[in-house]
Write a protein that binds this ligand. Sequence first.
Ligand code: GRF
Length: 189
Amino acid sequence: MKNIAILASGSGSNAENIFNYFKLSNDIEVSLFLTNNPSAFVIKRAEKLGVECLVFDREQMKDKDALLSLLKERGIDYIVLAGFLWLLPDFFVEAYANRIINIHPSLLPSYGGKGMYGDKVHKAVVEAGEKYSGITIHTIDADYDKGQIVKQVKVEVLPTDSYEDVATKVHALEYEYFPRVIESELSKF
Ligand code: GRF
């Protein structure tokens, strides 16, 4: 069994979707949620799903031995970032080299970078009058912006679309593609 930990800072709808996708799998299990946000809705989702969810603060995040042994004890093989807003410390990225994947709700490199997350991305896309938005699924490298793009999927933005409409379309793509991409990445090792 390969064990996944999902890191999320907010609602956690992707975390829930990924958990459910692998629920019946014999090879892959989502066995841990981690969040930096004590009031994140992902904690409620974890309770409902019956998956362990740990909350950590910045100090705990920087504590190499504690964090890595926590993941090791649970046999975590692979890390999924699903709406996780903090940068990972270098030791974490090194420990899980090639085994960390992130999703971004735009067609990177457009609408990426600092401060570009959640609805801010969709608002910027609508304000710029873009004809397309989409998702980018990419690995995380020690040099944060150097990860490899694994998959991008486009969706049309209509002139009448509000940022909420774009968010809905992009979320639908995330739910459809992210679990499958994770599955195919995990099959490589
Ligand atoms: C998603 O749109 C994801 O692409 C972005 O943050 C959002 C998280 O949504 N990185 P949720 O918490 O999974 O509902």
